[in-house]
Design a protein. Structure first.
Length: 280
């Protein structure tokens, strides 16, 4: 197949000397370039109506997420997995017809479907999952402290209140506020996250807000720490925790056996699911 460079060289060498020849070859060259350019755009075409249709499909995922891990299993069945740094990039590829579907967590999926009339979520969940906070292996003291704080926040209704403030009919009605008399003399805890995962973590102006940000703040309030949130690519969170760059990671992080081999997890604080987004 000729490239655009080949066509340009051919036109320069064989284009003829008179203006009539040059115009004729210019038209031919332009047509050929358009054909070459169109051939370079690959469009997906498989209809996905359930997870049984994923074999052979072109699947979009966010790099390093549970959706990425799960979709990888379908590559041996002839599926193509396209990996994006952001879930929103996968959704845009779906809208453009470059992939057949997106596998992503249920809550961000609901936001994408709400904001895009041409998209829908399949009724059947792809996989159920649980979220927890990850820490460097062996950091048992901090793990125990965070688990203790999580237990208290569950018992006094704080976790439920934070969830309700972002999800459901009461969204926006129960914002979390730190107590005024918190002693933060224990220092600062650094949280690694990927703020592309509304409603769990996302940007609101210069701030990172969301369910995980509020839960992390509530934990720090209980334990007497300042909270610092570092935004990064999702697949950089585990290395940041392992290296000590961050004290813990919270980003709608699903507990998996693969991840448990490299980090420790707290008790779970939320149940969720992976779902499939398709075009209507």
């Amino acid at each position: 197949m000729w490239t655009q460079v080949d066509i340009f060289i051919y036109f320069r060498v064989r284009g003829g000397k008179d203006m009539k020849d040059k115009k004729r070859f210019a038209a031919l060259a332009l047509s050929a370039i358009m054909v070459v350019s169109m051939a370079g755009n690959v469009y997906a075409s498989k209809e996905v109506a359930s997870k049984d249709d994923l074999a052979g499909a072109t699947i979009g995922v966010q790099l390093g997420t549970t959706g990425d891990l799960d979709a990888s299993d379908y590559e041996k069945d002839g599926s193509t997995v396209e990996r994006y740094n952001k879930g929103s990039e996968a959704v845009q590829a779906l809208k453009a017809g470059q992939i057949d579907c997106v596998i992503i967590d249920s809550q961000p999926a609901a936001k994408f479907a709400e904001n895009n009339d041409d998209l829908k979520i399949l009724d059947e969940p792809f996989e159920e999952e649980e979220y927890a906070i990850c820490l460097k292996k062996g950091n048992d003291e901090l793990l125990d402290k965070i688990n203790g704080a999580l237990e208290e926040l569950k018992e006094d209704g704080t976790i439920d209140s934070i969830m309700d403030n972002y999800i459901g009919d009461d969204a926006g009605k129960t914002p979390y506020e730190s107590p005024e008399d918190v002693d933060r003399s224990n220092g600062t805890l650094v949280m690694a996250t990927n703020a592309e995962f509304e409603p769990y973590e996302y940007h609101e102006g210069d701030d990172i807000v969301g369910i995980d940000a509020d839960i992390a703040q509530a934990i720090c309030d209980k334990l007497g720490y300042e909270l610092k949130i570092e935004d990064m690519e999702f697949d950089s969170i585990l290395p940041a925790v392992q290296s000590g760059k961050a004290d813990f990671g919270a980003a709608g992080m699903t507990v998996t056996e693969d991840r448990k081999s490299s980090v420790d997890f707290t008790d779970t604080y939320a149940n969720a699911s992976q779902v499939i987004i398709v075009k209507k």
